[in-house]
Design a binder for this molecule. Structure first.
Ligand code: G3P
Length: 216
């Protein structure tokens, strides 16, 4: 199981890397729009923050597969082959693009996945990852973790190597429910990661130990 941080902010990634808890970074067009810097600079900065040791996921936004391919190649030159992951929202055009990217040895995650059927097609095309949106599924469809359970059943029954990086997670409890439901990995906003790193009772225990401790 690996944790990713879902963030366009280099300082957040640096901090998560300092804690030693993340293996990669995911971004999306809405997150990248929140920072001033051009996307190529943001992506190369995120990769630097990871000390070039993990994947940085990028989602192209151009309107045709040809133009998306150009965006991906340009980003790959910035970040480096083997360090760029490509996220593609799962639909027919993006499946076609995924197929050609996989043939060129890219790492591909089919994202914004909301049904077990989409997962079956992501497995069939050979994508390394699927990224379902857990909280959004709970809000819009009813039960995000249950959807993860169904997706994991599809992957396992197909004997597929595709792995779930569950996204859109808003709390430590939702992170736990998602893992228990069968997600292989999670991508978390930094605030959720930070919440998971601490507990008021731990702080209380630290304070109590400090009071009780004697220097000897
Ligand atoms: O990165 C994609 C995902 O985390 C989106 O989450 O909050 O827009 O449903 P959200």
């Amino acid at each position: 199981m690996a944790l990713y941080v879902d963030s366009p902010w280099i300082e957040e990634v640096e901090q998560a890397v300092e804690w030693g808890v993340v293996e990669g970074v995911t971004t999306n067009p809405a997150l990248l729009a929140k920072v001033e810097t051009p996307n190529n600079k943001t992506l190369s900065g995120l990769s630097r923050a990871l000390q070039h040791k993990g994947l940085v996921f990028y989602q192209p936004t151009a309107e045709t597969n040809e133009a998306r391919l150009q965006q991906i190649h340009a980003m790959n030159r910035e970040v480096g082959m083997g360090l760029l992951g490509v996220k593609l929202p799962c639909n027919p055009a993006h499946l076609k693009l995924a197929k050609s990217l996989l043939e060129s040895n890219y790492v591909v995650g089919m994202t914004a996945v909301f049904s077990p059927g989409q997962v079956a097609l992501a497995c069939a095309v050979g994508a390394q990852y699927v990224l379902p949106y857990v909280n959004r599924s709970t809000r819009l469809l009813g039960d995000g973790p249950e959807l993860i359970r169904q997706m994991r059943t599809v992957i396992d029954s197909m004997g597929s190597q595709t792995q779930i990086i569950a996204a859109s997670i808003k709390s430590p409890e939702e992170a736990y429910d998602t893992l228990a439901a069968g997600a292989h990995h999670l991508t978390l906003p930094f605030n959720v990661l930070k919440e998971m790193a601490q507990h008021p009772l731990t702080e209380q225990a630290i304070e109590d130990f400090a009071k009780a401790a004697k220097d000897k």
